[in-house]
Design a protein around this ligand. Structure first.
Ligand SMILES: [Zn+2]
Length: 686
């Protein structure tokens, strides 16, 4: 549930893509009336039907980037916004267009040869961007620009750019800069290897027959018929994994599937992860920091590694006792089935959590599934967000896309085209197997509109399968769409490197987690959650029961998130020769979570965020604190009311990364954020 990470490590800018020459050419083209074919700069995919054409288009981006950089460096006389910042903006924009587009194709294209081409192009684009960050002439040129009379966004852009240059090591001697460039390139490739091993390891288990599916919903059983040998295959991908863990009465089936899931990319990624830790540590040391954690937290809202460690401790303190109380309830329920039970294992949590909620809160997630068929939910996400933010989405008929299942849309604000997005929402072999918003192009006024893709793995998409979703899938969908809308509404400014979701990284999960709240509101749900057979809206009473049940297990869930945050942080806050990833994981888990660690598993090998977020997975919890506070400003009696949403759009989403996150939040709240709303929520009182 994330922002897909760029491969670049020295500068926390996210990845982007397009055909520069075309973008400039078409930027001034008049926007045609709504309802017609796609307008504005050509959509990024339009000229990439095969890997050769894709290579050509990405290389054209890199040439345009180089040409912009050359133009900037060649400018004579006094350094100005026009002769320096404008071409610098284009150099980064085109370089990132190549990086973002390649990264998306590397992660999603159905053809493995195409993915391999994209992987190589990602490396090339990363090399260009890393070299740019180490280019002293470019740094000095920007330093020399007088921005004293420029607007606030431009001033902040320059301030942040110069800081990024310094943090990249631009002021080091040539030999050191060379070493940094080599390390960055190695980190890019190692991160790619880490992600590829996760993508390509899609395991299955075989069941003896339909009896092993006892407890699972009927539609699930129907779509998992035995093969010719009588056996049933279950995959570790989400559409199989989540229902099995929640509903299967056969505990051994749950255990086996989770065991495979928690060993995804094992053993291949053990050494890859070690290598990533070593390289990042070395880079941090060269740049003058004690550890990578010190380096990576410095430009975040949290400011220091010490503050991050304190925040993770605070999470532990606020969750552990309550999580232990909840755990005792799980154990008590398990003892009704097995009086000799002494513990509840990881693969039993979802299952017993359901049984407890059923008994104590009269809520069974099976009841809500029939109201959540994929197509209706998708339409619901579109309708809810368009209403809140006053937008129109138009499906682009016959859009060129990388897989036939992908849908393309335009986003309109009245007569203004704001951007485009792509929905790639069902699993297929070799595809990124988590859920994320991928950047394709960040917006820049007069040059290109933002384009982004949601890459998820939801049920459905097959003929005859209604694709009944778990409510947690719906939350994921709204979460990722929260990133998407942030990226598009925040992508309307002048400076591409600070557009959209290029905010301070530990703020980026706030808009996405905020939008999850809309999935728990009966009024909102009833607009789209309609029974897949009868069309009847989800009963208000069912939603009310779900909301009450939702509070149970919250501390247990949060304590696991705190453990993951600690794992991400601790792997990076010490010299790698002291790091044994299995040992650290095994030491931390019992400190944070009362649930025993699953034996013989190595979940760090498929914890993709250990590359993209590296030490700062605490971001999710940190952003949640802010999201809960921001949600307190909305009118819960009418979440579809556009009034507060408009203010939120203007003050939090629209600025993108053009100001410090703390200021945006202060503008919206009218004060600094605090922990009150989060603590109330965690206590189950909300
Ligand atoms: Zn996210």
């Amino acid at each position: 549930m994330s922002i897909a990470a760029p491969r670049r490590s020295a500068r926390p800018v996210l990845l982007h893509l397009l055909l520069s020459a075309l973008a400039c050419l078409f930027a001034a083209a008049p926007v045609r009336a709504a309802g017609g074919p796609s307008v504005g700069p050509a959509p990024f995919w339009a000229l990439s039907p095969d890997s050769g054409a894709f290579r050509t288009s990405m290389e054209a981006e890199l040439s345009a980037a180089q040409a912009s950089l050359d133009r900037m460096l060649a400018a004579g006389g006094r350094r100005t916004v026009e002769n320096t910042l404008v071409p610098y903006n284009l150099a980064v924009l085109h370089g990132e267009n190549a990086a973002y587009g390649s990264h998306l194709m590397e992660s999603t294209h159905p053809d493995s040869a195409y993915r391999a081409t994209a992987e190589e192009l990602t490396q090339k684009a990363s090399q260009f961007l890393d070299a740019l960050n180490l280019n002293q002439a470019a740094y000095r040129a920007i330093q020399a620009v007088d921005v004293s009379r420029a607007d606030a966004a431009t001033k902040y852009f320059v301030e942040r750019t110069l800081l990024d240059f310094r943090r990249s090591g631009v002021d080091r001697d040539e030999a050191t800069r060379k070493e940094i460039a080599t390390l960055l390139d190695e980190i890019t490739k190692t991160g790619q290897e880490f992600a590829k091993n996760i993508r390509n390891d899609s395991r299955t288990i075989q069941l003896a027959g339909p009896r092993d599916l006892d407890g699972l919903p009927e539609d699930f059983i129907r779509s998992h018929a035995p093969g010719p040998d009588g056996k049933i295959s279950l995959s570790i991908e989400y559409p199989d994994l989540y229902p099995v863990l929640r509903y299967a009465t056969n505990g051994d089936v749950r255990r086996r599937l989770m065991h495979e899931s928690q060993n995804r990319a094992y053993p291949a990624n053990m050494s890859v992860l070690d290598s990533l830790l070593v390289k990042r540590y070395r880079l941090a040391r060269i740049l003058g920091y004690p550890t990578w954690a010190d380096y990576i937290t410095e430009d975040k809202m949290i400011e220091t590694a010490k503050n991050a460690a304190d925040f993770i401790d605070r999470l532990k303190e606020t969750t552990f006792r309550r999580a232990s109380d909840e755990y005792a309830v799980y154990l008590k329920r398990k003892r009704e089935d097995d009086p000799a039970a002494t513990q509840v294992d990881r693969w039993e949590i979802s299952y017993y959590g359901r049984l407890v909620r059923k008994r104590d809160f009269d809520f069974d997630p099976q009841e809500i599934r029939p109201y959540l068929p994929f197509e209706r939910v998708k339409q619901g996400v579109l309708d809810v967000t368009s209403k809140m933010f006053g937008l129109t989405y138009k499906r682009i008929a016959d859009a060129a896309v990388w897989d036939p299942s992908v849908e393309a849309y335009e986003v309109w604000d009245g007569k203004r085209l704001l951007g485009r997005f792509y929905l790639d929402l069902h699993p297929r072999p070799g595809k990124y197997n988590h859920a994320a918003k991928f950047t394709i192009r960040q917006g820049a006024t007069g040059v290109q509109v933002p384009e982004h893709a949601l890459v998820c793995n939801f049920p459905g998409g097959k003929p005859g399968d209604p694709g009944l979703m778990e409510h947690s899938d719906v939350q994921t969908f709204f979460h990722e769409f929260g990133h998407l809308i942030h990226a598009i509404l925040g992508g309307q400014g002048r400076w591409e490197p600070v557009a959209g979701t290029a905010v301070q990284r530990d703020f980026v999960e706030a808009p996405s987690q905020l939008l999850e709240e809309w999935t728990l509101d009966p009024g909102v749900l009833r607009t789209f959650a309609k029974h897949y057979q009868t069309g009847e809206p989800v009963p208000t009473d069912l939603v009310a029961r779900m909301r009450r049940a939702d509070a149970f297990g919250r501390a247990l869930g949060m304590s696991y998130q705190a453990y993951l945050a600690a794992l991400s942080f601790r792997l990076y806050d010490q010299p790698p020769d002291q790091v044994d990833t299995d040992r650290i994981s095994a030491q931390l888990e019992p400190q944070f979570s009362p649930i025993p660690e699953m034996p013989d598993t190595h979940k760090q090998t498929s914890f993709g965020h250990l590359d993209g977020y590296s030490a700062v997975y605490y971001t999710y919890a940190w952003s949640l604190v802010i999201a809960k506070d921001m949600f307190s400003r909305f009118d819960r009696a009418n979440l579809l009311d556009p009034t507060v949403a408009k203010r939120y759009r203007d003050q939090v989403l629209a600025p993108g990364g053009s100001m410090p996150a703390k200021e945006m939040v202060r503008n919206f709240l009218g004060r600094d954020y605090d922990f009150t709303a989060f603590d109330t929520w965690l206590a189950g009182k909300d």
